[in-house]
Design a binder for this molecule. Structure first.
Ligand code: ZN
Length: 138
């Protein structure tokens, strides 16, 4: 089973994700959104921040289809994809994840030939709160 590994800064992200919410840190003084989670704003250097809920819409910025040798948990789901998603509400933030057919589906549930850079995607959450991506219906 592949599960998120959390740390102190990232724990709130995973807590919200388990509730089905995609949130990123928002600097209190300057409003800059940032990800991955970290204590200090890279823009104004403030340590004050909150967690902004996002709509979860994005576009595929890039992707790969990893080839063997793979770790055993991944090998059994190959061929699968790893996508880099640019968030609509925060284009400078890009999240790495998997494009799947529906929430909780296997990593190989979308054939690689269906993936296109620029495709519109929407975040969904697996049973363990892991953010995944599905293609938006046109
Ligand atoms: Zn700031």
């Amino acid at each position: 089973m592949l599960s998120p590994v959390t740390d102190t800064d990232g724990a709130p992200f995973w807590g919200y994700a388990r509730q089905g919410e995609l949130r990123v840190q928002a600097c209190t003084p300057c409003g800059e959104l940032r990800f991955p989670p970290r204590p200090c704003c890279p823009h104004c250097h403030s340590f004050e921040s909150g967690w902004r809920r996002l709509c979860g819409h994005g576009r595929i910025w890039s992707y790969v289809v990893p080839h063997p040798p793979l770790l055993p948990d991944y090998a059994e789901q190959a061929p699968y994809n790893v996508v880099v998603v640019e968030l609509v509400e925060a284009p400078r933030i890009r999240l790495v994840g998997n494009l799947v057919a529906e929430a909780g589906a296997r990593l190989d549930s979308v054939p690689p030939e269906r993936i296109r850079i620029g495709a519109r995607v929407q975040v969904v959450f697996g049973a363990d709160g892991l953010p995944q991506w599905v293609l938006e219906r046109a």
